[in-house]
Structures are given as structure tokens and as C-alpha cells.
Design a protein around this ligand. Sequence first.
Ligand SMILES: Nc1ncnc2c1ncn2[C@@H]1O[C@H](COP(=O)(O)OP(=O)(O)O)[C@@H](O)[C@H]1O
Ligand SMILES: [Mg+2]
Length: 308
Amino acid sequence: MHTILSISDLSKTYASGFRALKSIDLDVRRGEIFALLGPNGAGKTTLISIICGIVNPSTGSVLVDGHDIIRDYRAARSMIGLVPQELTTDAFATVWAAVSFSRGLFGKRANPAHIEKVLRALSLWDKKDNKIITLSGGMKRRLLIAKALSHEPQILFLDEPTAGVDVELRRDMWQLVRGLRDTGVTIILTTHYIDEAEEMADRVGVISKGQLILVEDKSELMRKLGRKQLTLQLQQPLGTVPPELSDYDLKLSSDGSELTYTYGNQDGRIGIVELLKDLGAAGIQFKDLRTTQRSLEDIFVSLVSDRQ
Ligand SMILES: Nc1ncnc2c1ncn2[C@@H]1O[C@H](COP(=O)(O)OP(=O)(O)O)[C@@H](O)[C@H]1O
Ligand SMILES: [Mg+2]
């Protein structure tokens, strides 16, 4: 595993005194899609802005493929493409001119073949001579990506790439981002949509109030978060969980009247059938049952609110 981005003890206190980031540590691997998930105001844009040299950190350091973003700013920055959250771009330039100009900003020699490849990949080739002002919202977003890719960066930051876009465009964006990853670009995206993190990411970091409270492989996170519970109301209260049922993850309520079984997504159905059989064999009868599944939304909210 090769670490392409290494963040340590990064904090930001704005001039107002507001602490937007609190000692962030994070390593991002080359070639992964990393989703930074967090509610509005969590500090996502601040973090990206520091990495891209737009905002100064208060403490800590960031290395981009070994280049320090402050001491070695040009080398670090030239490896990064940034698709900003706000759609700001000059209205009267043509698509071709805007993307070529972005490349020039990084001191890279003109490379029309690369610009053409990027515009084609983003379905903007037939718009290359159009003025930006004439583009639709979706095209403008794709243009921002084209600009960010103009200098052949190895890491692409997408700050809320689908905030406020319609469902169809979201799907297109996801497709596009996967395609970019397949070409070897490391992708870091921020989002406040859980389904977007779930759909896109190899790993997910959850940020809340300036703190990175969790970093996990997506599949592992989904396994943990996708947990379901079966609760049985017992005919007769139990004093303890019988030892013959100790293989199951069972919890007895304090009054002994309810037994709760927690199970994951994979081992669900068979687990329940066997549990009910084993309960019968142990002579435990129940009068009612219910299942609950915490949605990702619930879990996210509880993770974030646990910190308040
Ligand atoms: N220039 C600034 N001065 C003071 N506070 C700021 C500034 N920029 C952002 N903040 C505050 O920092 C917090 C994090 O903002 P931001 O990084 O934009 O969050 P996110 O992108 O996760 O929504 C917010 O409370 C925001 O109001
Ligand atoms: Mg933001």
C-alpha cells in the first residue's frame, strides 16, 4: 500500500476564534476513492482548502506524495486537482480556453491531446468552442472537473460534487468518478449524503465538528452499520441467558422479559431460524417479536450526536 496523502495533527482556528478542525490524522492510499462524510459545517471544505493551499493550517502538516504543502507548495499543488464546491468560473471564455488556461496555471506545457482526451471523457468535446455562459448546470460541473484534470493531477478532490444536482446527473457523476479512479487517479470526495459515500467509496471517514471520528473500509462500515436486531417478548421472564444459547449475540432486558438478538447482513436469515429452533429446544417461549434495522441515516446521526 502506498500512501499518497498524509495528514497529521492538522488543526485550523479561523481568525474569528472558531476551531474548524481539531487535530486531524489521516492517510489516503494511492488509487482509492475516499469519501469524507459529514454534515454541513463539519469542516470538510476547510480540510480540502488547507490541502490545496487556499487556507493556512494553524497546526500540523500535510504531505502529498512526500511533498510538504507549505515548504514544497508547488510540487505538492501540481499533483492535486480541485473541483470546488462553489461553481465559479469565467462566463465568457470558451470551454477549450478555460481548460487550457487551467493547465497553464500549473506551469505545464500545452498539451492539446490531453485537453481533448479530458473533454471527450467528460462529454464536453462538442462544446469546446461554446462560451461557458451557454452551458447547462450539469455541463458546468463537468467543466469544473475538466479544469481540475487539465494538468494531469494524481489526486482529485471533489468537494460536494453532487450537492443540488438531479438524480440522473448524480449517477453520471458517480460513473465518471469511478472511471477516473480506474485510470489510476486517487479520489477524495466530500459529501453530506450517506448514500453517496456508500455508493462510491472504498473507504469512508466521518467528520463532525472538526473531528475525524471514524475511518473505515466501506464494506466493513456497511457490515457494522447494517446490523439488524430481533427482539422477542418472552412468555416467562428469564434470569439469565441460558448457556446453550451462548453462541448467539443475545442480550436480556433488565427485567428479563425481552431477549434481543443482534445480527449482521450476511448471517441474518439462517441465524434467526436456528435461534428460534434452539430457543424452542431450550423451552423458551415468546409471545411477540419485532425486528428493527438501523438505517445508515440513524447511525450517522447517532455517531455525530454522540459527540455533542
Ligand atoms: N473564513 C472563515 N472564518 C470563520 N469561520 C469559518 C470560515 N470558513 C468556514 N468557517 C466555519 O468553519 C466551519 C466549517 O466550515 P466548512 O469547512 O465550510 O464545513 P463543511 O464544508 O463541512 O460544510 C463552519 O462552521 C464555518 O462557518
Ligand atoms: Mg463544504
